[in-house]
Design a protein around this ligand. Sequence first.
Ligand code: GLN
Length: 517
Amino acid sequence: MLKNRGLRVTILKLDPYLNVDPGTMSPLEHGEVFVTMDGSETDLDLGHYERFLNQDFTILSNVTAGQIYNELLDKERMGSEFLGETVQVVPHLVSAVARRIKKLGESEDADVVIVEVAARSATWRRRRLSRRCVGCETWRDAKTRFQYILTLVPLLKPTNELKTKPTQHSVRALRALGIQPDAILCRLNDPTDSEEEAESLKDKISLHCGVPRDAIIYLPTLGNVYAVPGWLEKQGLAEVIMDRLGFERRDPVVPPVWKALADKPNLANDGEVSIAIVGKYTSLQDSYLSVVEALRHAELNQGIRIDLEWTPSELIEENGADRYLSKAQGIVVPGGFDKRGTEGMIQTAQYAREREIPYLGLCLGLQMMIIEFARHVAGIEEADSTEFDAAASEPVIALMEEQKNVTEIGGTMRLGAYSCVLTPGTRAYEAYAMAKINERHRHRFEYNNAYRDRLERLGLLSSGMNPELSLVEIAEISDHPFMLGSQFHPEFRSRPEQPHPLFDLFVRYARQFRPDG
Ligand code: GLN
């Protein structure tokens, strides 16, 4: 809303944990690790920020308590900055956080810095920061800030009553920390049929929480997360923020896709397509958040509905692919680490290749496709990745020389944007319709160049090459409607305003595929 009013906006996520970044955390614990163009491994919320703002962010936008402690402890040992002082949470740690906020605002010359504060970090922000940086603030005049909180207004089903007590208690708890919200967004899980009741609740919340009535905004579950900005716009939240931050009110210029979503949250009317995601972390769908969002963008772009089937690859290993994939019109094998479940992914790739089901492999999904092709088409039975068997006799997927001496785990993968040149006449080229692209990476292992010619002759095309490192970035199977894998993660670059070309083309082929019967 602010960006559509011509303001320069940037976002910062403050995370309370002691990890330096989420790169070393299990996706089952923390959800997806989002990779930015500059190769930082960040919280998955940065993905939301990029998708909603259609902007690239950097390492400056995700600050963890671990980074702050690291910085302070390094300085303390150096002695140059704190010599003689007692280094404490207040003021040293708090000022270090404030410096990060300022640095981000200045580096992007932002009018507004939006700071998302995880609930549990509220205590260490207390003194200096509570006035300056919660919610949104105008950077040029740090005294102007806008704080909002999000609360839940539950519906008690038996009596059909909306309850405002949780909101009142939340606000009271925040006030005890010196935080007074300027606005309250009330999440409603169920749309309420009695508008009158909902309106009267606003009076009650306003009275008990000391927030003006027009700054109390209902946010029901809309069925499509991309409809939320349009909804909040209609509720007048932008005016409340502009006024409070001291900007002159002005009309927004809304990009077409967001406008369409605001008018009609569900743009689907051109049919349905069934897509299976076969991976290791399917029990926590947040592990593949950007993959799902990239499919959603293709959905919005093509006006269809995608029916997602989550399939753990280990079940395919146990029971065979046919039991789970016979209805699939398209199959995605996303990224992952370690051996567990990979034989099921290889079976999946074989199933997709033999039945000509459109297949999109993302990073590990590409490696699985190559191993499958080597084993079953080229007859290299022992084909494997050295990630799963360090002594593999046929290392079709292997470590790059540069990676062989790396001993630390955190931040040592091939990370961030690398360029890639596409071969005309391939599916990859058809998707992008350009010769040179830039995509984000997060992996250690690579398609081993020693096997390239042999597999290429049998129909595994290298359709995208990294020109500097001479590495295959995209491979595809020539006599298949769409069987393509990328060593990078295209999902990180997909946005409602720019659906990713590989996902978009994959879904187009999936729509044409008719499963047997
Ligand atoms: N485990 C594989 C590698 O490190 C794939 C990583 C991924 O899918 N992100 O190369």
